[in-house]
Design a protein around this ligand. Structure first.
Ligand SMILES: [Zn+2]
Length: 241
């Protein structure tokens, strides 16, 4: 298949059509972050493919996908063909990801969109109980780089996307009691409440003079809206808890 540039979400949709046994994680070491100029995905991929085919005599580029520093994936080897990934672990269709970068300590930083995409892809495998294998687990190499601790990586994979939403601050609702109202003021406040669809009651005193209006529970925007309305009219009011 022709190389395709994919977001992680697009990649996950494609992966649903296969059943890759496990995920293999590599860094390219070379090329590294300094070689990526923001759009030269295919040129970098072609460089790796030429090296793999012409020098290493593979049939095709070794990996199924290359993950770029901006979090985009470029597809490589056909997804239904075993990769040239990790010796003795290439059978039974593992999925091989090469991350552009040299993630040995002190070199490129594994961070941002690239890290997010890697975690999301790894989570896809982890959610399906499929193993996530770092190259160095089965080779005398540091791949995917000494700055990436496997335990830490797996912790982040498990936590990925599950951050609890901050609990909204509970707003107390209050009732607002006006001062004594003339018949015209009663009409005005009634019209306002009708228009808002808010509930209120008008309280009369024994002599029936100057009734006061008491709102139902108001909070946030409604509370400040009514307070503004009252202040504009310079009407007295009390806020009741
Ligand atoms: Zn490797």
């Amino acid at each position: 298949m022709a190389d395709k540039l994919l977001t992680v979400d697009q990649l996950l949709v494609l992966l649903d059509k296969y059943k890759h046994r496990e995920l293999h994680v590599h860094h390219t070491w070379k090329p590294n972050h300094s070689n990526f100029k923001g759009s030269n995905y295919q040129a970098i991929q072609d460089g790796m493919r030429n090296f793999h085919v012409n020098e290493r005599k593979f049939n095709d580029i070794a990996q199924h996908v290359t993950l770029f520093p901006d979090g985009m994936f470029l597809t490589g080897r056909a997804f239904n063909v075993n990769p040239a990934s990790i010796s003795n672990h290439n059978h039974g269709l593992p999925f091989c990801m090469e991350m552009i970068g040299d993630f040995d300590k002190g070199k490129d930083k594994f961070e941002g969109k690239q890290k997010e995409a890697a975690l999301k892809l790894a989570k896809y495998f982890n959610n399906r109980d499929r193993y996530i294998r770092f190259h160095r687990e089965n080779a005398a190499k540091t791949c995917p780089g000494t700055s990436i601790d496997k335990d830490e990586f797996m912790k982040e994979v498990k936590a990925f996307g599950t951050k609890p939403k901050p609990t909204p601050v509970k707003e107390e609702s209050v009732r607002i009691l006006t001062g004594g109202l003339s018949p015209a003021m009663v009409e005005e406040v009634s019209a306002f409440f009708k228009q808002k669809g808010w509930w209120a009651q008008v309280q009369f005193t024994n002599d029936g003079e100057n009734p006061r209006a008491l709102t139902g529970g108001l909070k946030g925007k409604a509370k400040s809206e009514f307070e503004t309305w009252l202040k504009e009219r310079k009407w007295y009011y009390e806020v009741k808890k």
